[in-house]
Design a protein around this ligand. Structure first.
Ligand SMILES: [Zn+2]
Length: 243
């Protein structure tokens, strides 16, 4: 399996690892290493891109995903690569893309926290953090007549991004603690003993395996653009300027 380096440090852009497995797929090759700095696509967040440097040659990574064997770095197949099992490789990610994705993802958490504080009947249910098409969905536990307005949410966003930014940490909690903090979400997460959570200072942590920035001050330009109701769900779209 692959040790995921991106869980401990969003800002780490390089890593040296050992190649432990290679799988050929038509014109592509999936390379597995003992550790990876690449975020694999999933959890509503696009994968990292970048390159693997093997024997001094940089091979572009086209796609990264999780399989039962670990994190697969998918690249164009090349005859010289087929002899590389067991060798060292250097991994480099496109840091600009990583940060765009981490900001967009963290923004989704911040907005969902702001909304659940405004209306305690709403709990985070889903996030789709693709830049250009970012939204979150919240489940309404009890139908209320509360109308959420984008202006009201954006006022809070602005406060937490520019006036009084909050630090953001990754923490690990026992499953029992997660069940008591987040009863609705705890059914949908892997039932492992320790659960990785994102904790924005002042808000209830949520389980998440994505990459997040270190402070809400990095979310400059964030704005909620649309709120739409779908049965018992509220869909909230947002955008964030790239920086
Ligand atoms: Zn997250």
């Amino acid at each position: 399996m692959t040790t995921p380096m991106y869980l401990s440090d969003t800002y780490q852009k390089e890593n040296t690892a050992t190649i432990i497995k290679m799988v050929e797929m038509d014109d592509s090759l999936a390379i597995y290493c003992d550790s990876s700095v690449f975020y694999p696509q999933g959890g509503g967040q696009p994968c990292d891109l970048g390159s693997l440097i093997i024997n001094g040659i940089a091979y572009p990574v086209h796609h990264v995903e999780t399989t039962e064997d670990g994190i697969a770095h998918v690249l164009e197949s090349h005859p010289s690569l087929l002899e590389c099992n067991g060798m060292q490789c250097k991994q480099k990610i496109d840091m600009q893309r990583r940060l765009v994705n981490a900001k967009s993802h963290t923004a989704g958490h911040l907005i969902s926290h702001i909304i659940e504080k405004m209306n305690s009947n709403l709990s985070p249910a889903k996030g789709h953090h693709y830049p250009g098409d970012s939204y979150i969905e919240l489940i309404e536990s009890e139908r209320t007549n509360d109308l959420l307005s984008t202006a009201q949410i954006n006022e809070q966003v602005n406060k937490l991004v520019t006036q009084a930014p909050r630090p953001i940490q990754s923490i690990e909690l026992d499953l029992a603690e997660v069940q008591s903090l987040r009863p609705l979400l705890s059914h949908f997460i892997p039932q492992s003993t320790r659960v990785r959570m994102i904790a924005i200072d002042g808000f209830t942590p949520v389980p998440c395996g994505g990459t997040h920035v270190a402070s809400t001050s990095e979310l400059e330009g964030l704005q909620v653009t649309r709120i739409k109701r779908k049965k018992d769900r509220i869909k909230v779209s947002y955008s964030i300027h790239r920086g």
